[in-house]
Ligand binder design. Structure first.
Ligand SMILES: [Zn+2]
Length: 377
């Protein structure tokens, strides 16, 4: 087990697949999946390479999702060894993407190889949804593949995203959702004038500060069992002409909500707009939702994941909604149950990124047992 997963992970790391360049990783994976009976579709959109592979036709459909792209390594001299030359030292496989997430990709592929060559029949379908654009714009990747599937009415029942989720040891944390992210760009209009004659001007800075202060002090919600309370943060403020004696005519601010399922996009927008309207401001806000929150708290996928982790590692995983965004934000709105489970994330995006060799084979075993638990007839 370990050697097959380790050598595949190493082969992937040796491809310099800096986002959005796949650099041949999907070729390597396709060549492994095709002989197992997967139907392979390579979907290229712009610079981005995607792969949709499906074994079987019947529902339910269990999908393993992930990305072949990596973030840049930075100056190679900061690394103890070349970031694109995989090396095993002291029980760890080193290289850019080892943890995020070529190790997981290798574990998924070898898990499928063992599951499909085993004695148990696959009663549903097994899929792989892989992209080379998760670390970058994430526009021509998973979202576009999902559009393609939607056009064919192909729907995902369960999705395991292999993002590195664990904190100290493999199996200690499973991600069951993510917070939403909502951006607003505010413009408040006043009337420009001389600071010595404020009665002839209308200062949009003064008008805006009290409303923004109110928004900063607002308790948006209390969070819930799985999410912390929603947070409101101002990231940029701009106003003023550069002169000391001019009241500016406009005021601009950017702000962001990281919000839980205890609040929704519509209610947050309405509460902000209400505050500005109540203070009588002449304002406009351009809203942009970069991701809706999602949460999988019950269902067979999560139950099976918890059960398999416990039987393989003895651990009871913490259910977390922490961290940044992942492509799970695109998959969950299709109605799929989404869970994220991958190796330790303590070296991701850093120099000397690594994954424990022993954990690669444990991860592959967990993935294989998950296939068995959900799909074996
Ligand atoms: Zn990742």
């Amino acid at each position: 087990v370990s050697s097959a997963t380790l050598s595949l992970a190493a082969a992937l790391i040796s491809r310099r697949s800096i986002t959005p360049d796949d650099a041949g990783c999907l070729d390597i994976i396709s060549e492994r999946l095709a002989p197992l009976g997967f139907r392979i579709e390579r979907l290229r959109y712009g610079e981005v390479s995607n792969l949709w592979a499906r074994y079987g036709d019947a529902p339910p459909l269990l999908v393993f999702a992930g990305h072949t792209d990596v973030v840049p390594a930075g100056p190679a001299e900061y690394w103890a060894s070349d970031p694109f030359t995989p090396v095993v030292r002291d029980g760890f496989l080193y290289g850019r993407g080892a943890a995020d997430m070529k190790g997981s990709l290798a574990a998924m592929v070898t898990a499928a190889e063992r599951f499909l060559s085993g004695a148990r029949k696959c009663r549903g379908s097994l899929g792989f949804l892989l992209t080379s654009d998760e670390e970058g714009q994430a526009v021509d990747g998973t979202q576009r593949v999902l559009d393609h599937l939607r056009g064919r009415r192909e729907s995902i029942t369960w999705c395991l995203v292999g993002e590195p989720s664990c904190e100290a040891q493999l199996g200690d944390t499973v991600r069951i959702g993510r917070r939403g992210s909502l951006n607003g760009r505010l413009t408040v209009r006043g009337a420009q004038g001389h600071v010595a004659y404020p009665e002839r001007a209308d200062n949009p800075i003064h008008r805006s500060l009290s409303v923004l202060d109110e928004l900063c002090r607002t308790r948006w919600d209390e969070g819930n069992e799985y999410f912390p309370p929603t947070s409101f943060q101002i990231s940029n403020i701009a106003a003023g002409t550069g002169a000391e004696n001019v009241i500016p005519g406009t005021f601009e601010a950017w702000f962001n909500f990281r919000f839980s399922t205890a609040s929704g996009e519509t209610s947050l927008r309405a509460r902000v707009e209400e505050a500005f309207a109540r203070h009588g401001l002449d304002y406009s806000i351009d809203w942009f939702l970069s991701g809706a929150p999602f949460l999988t708290t019950n269902g067979r996928l999560l139950a099976a994941t918890q059960h398999v982790i416990h039987s393989v590692t003895g651990l009871t995983p913490k259910l977390s909604t922490g961290g940044g965004t992942s492509d799970g934000r695109f998959i969950a709105p299709t109605g799929a149950e989404v869970v994220e489970l991958g190796p330790n994330n303590n070296t991701i995006h850093k120099v000397n990124e690594r994954v424990a060799v022993a954990e690669l084979s444990i991860l592959s075993e967990i993935y294989e047992r998950l296939m068995g638990e959900l799909l074996a007839g």
